[in-house]
Design a protein around this ligand. Structure first.
Ligand SMILES: Nc1ncnc2c1ncn2[C@@H]1O[C@H](COP(=O)(O)OP(=O)(O)OP(=O)(O)O)[C@@H](O)[C@H]1O
Length: 499
């Protein structure tokens, strides 16, 4: 069979790192081909080259036998390549159809476009109402907008970069059904994910990258997830487990916390109450968009509440701004790493300083100790295996997973008494995810109270000592995590609204 896409000897270097080093790869028509590799292995760089976002330094590509040198995403799309990104590029205040029109060179009248959107979404099982405002859509629905937008161009190759991290299990099933139909019709899919069980369920072949080079292939239908993960890192992977310490005194308490929605598209918190003791990891499960960001903002101090709604070691903290909470030992890491947890244009040293200034004593008499800040950044890089050329690299130059490791490591190494994290292993490879989970349980065993907000129920079942479900801005009663089944959790998620 003639390959659909053939890549030969593709190389792309950035300052201090060769992101793709002599990479060769073929993608056959209709196959679902996984691209596997640790954080920073070069997966995104490679697919960006295919989509015309990155110009390779050397190497060649052919698409359906013809030389393929896309100078822009527009050129890639015209040649038959579509791409769905991890981060969506949609406008909340516009409708689905308006958003789709924005991405087109020569959009048809909105009414015609709406009909085409309806047709494609019906054909591929992607329910979508073209008239709805994107700001009102769930993450899964937004992704459907992105996919439908691609499918309107009838691509021969569809590239997906970690598409399932924002989806519920039901949405993942629906997405896989859509991808199965596309592949049966002959569309090839190049699929990046760290979720190896999903790779096993979906993909026909896998190519493994390590430090920019192709180091081998895997057979997802035959190889176990662990075997693939170990091939990615070239070693064995530690396992995480729940914290073993006996719970101590209550460190964090939230009492009847209610807050209005921060904006038209946010979620109100409604009468949220819970306690977390020293030594415990409280896992908060639920689908993103149900108050997760709002709860984190209320705990970090980005949003204030009545003083008695948040208690830290028994003292009132609801009215305190983030720096005051940090001084008390209440630290947090939000979900959105670029732009919220880290400033994209700032170096890792500057980003380390941003949250570490007070607890690491990096500012004395109004003067910044850059030496200290650099040392702290280096500690995070070494302690959490952040792959980056130096402490002076800007945050935006890190691969997604490596920045995530940096953000979580930066908080853990400040010795928090209470740590609240949202989606701590979002986009992080299997080995690093396991190291982060281990660091969170170690922190609890050392006497901290840890709150992990996550969509990944397997992750919560692995490390949480107690579990609660967040739905519609309400939190269920927390129950011991030991012995909890996915079915019971499903009921809690459904019932949290009424709890
Ligand atoms: N714009 C850039 N400037 C400098 N370095 C970059 C840039 N983009 C990527 N890199 C570097 O290139 C390497 C490969 O990054 P890439 O994003 O391709 O990895 P990845 O396999 O997609 O990782 P992840 O799983 O974490 O998303 C990393 O070391 C990264 O820091």
């Amino acid at each position: 069979m003639t390959p659909l896409l053939q890549i030969d000897g593709l190389t792309k270097a950035y300052p201090g790192v060769v992101a793709n080093d002599d990479v060769s790869l073929t993608v056959l028509p209709g196959e679902v081909h996984a691209l596997l590799g640790e954080n920073g292995a070069g997966k995104s760089t490679l697919v960006k080259a295919i989509y015309g976002l990155v110009a390779p330094d050397s190497g060649t590509m052919t698409l359906e036998g013809r030389p393929f040198v896309p100078a822009s995403p527009h050129a890639a799309r015209a040649a038959g390549v579509g791409m769905v990104f991890q981060h969506f590029s949609l406008w909340g205040a516009l409708s689905v159809a308006e958003n789709v029109a924005l991405g087109m060179e020569d959009p048809p009248p909105l009414r015609d476009l709406a009909r085409r959107i309806r047709d494609v979404s019906a054909e591929y099982g992607l329910p979508l109402d073209p008239a709805r405002l994107v700001g009102d859509l769930s993450a899964g629905e937004r992704q459907r907008v992105e996919i439908v937008r691609c499918l309107l161009g009838r691509p021969r190759l569809l590239v997906m970069d970690e598409p399932t991290s924002v989806l519920t299990p039901q949405e993942v099933d629906a997405l896989f059904a859509t991808l199965g139909k596309l592949s049966a019709e002959g569309t090839a899919i190049l699929y990046i994910s760290h979720k190896l069980e999903e790779i096993r369920a979906l993909c026909d072949r896998a190519t493994i990258l390590r430090r920019g080079r192709v180091v081998g292939t895997a057979d997802p239908k035959a190889d176990s997830a662990r075997a693939m993960a170990e091939a990615m890192v070239g070693g064995t992977i530690p396992e995480a487990r729940p914290a073993q310490a006996a719970p101590g005194a209550v460190r964090l308490e939230v009492r009847a916390l209610s807050l209005p929605a921060p904006d038209a598209f946010g979620t109100a918190l409604r009468d949220v109450s819970f306690q977390v003791r020293a030594g415990e990891v409280l896992g908060i499960g639920g689908v993103a968009g149900n108050g997760q960001d709002e709860l984190l903002a209320a705990l970090s101090g980005e949003r204030r509440s009545p003083p008695g709604a948040v208690l830290m070691d028994g003292g009132q903290a609801g009215h305190l701004p983030p720096p005051a909470r940090r001084r008390l030992g209440l630290l947090s890491a939000p979900e959105e790493r670029l732009g919220h947890a880290a400033a994209p244009a700032m170096t890792l040293t500057e980003n380390a300083l941003m949250t570490g200034a007070a607890r690491r004593g990096l500012v004395r008499r109004g003067l910044v100790s850059w030496k200290g800040a650099r040392r702290f950044a280096r500690e995070v890089i070494e302690g959490f295996d952040v792959r980056t050329p130096s402490t002076e690299t800007p945050a935006r130059a890190l691969s997604g997973g490596n920045l995530q490791k940096f953000v979580i490591g930066r908080e853990i190494l400040q010795d928090p008494q209470v740590l609240v994290v949202n989606q701590p292993t979002w986009g992080v490879d299997a080995s690093a995810a396991s190291a982060i989970r281990r660091a969170l349980t170690d922190l609890a065993e050392g006497g901290a109270a840890v709150v992990v907000i996550s969509q990944d129920l397997d992750e919560l079942l692995e490390i949480a000592t107690r579990f609660a479900a967040l739905a519609g801005g309400r939190l269920s009663t927390a129950v011991p995590a030991a012995g909890l089944t996915l079915d019971r959790i499903g009921l809690m998620l459904g019932g949290a609204e009424a709890a």
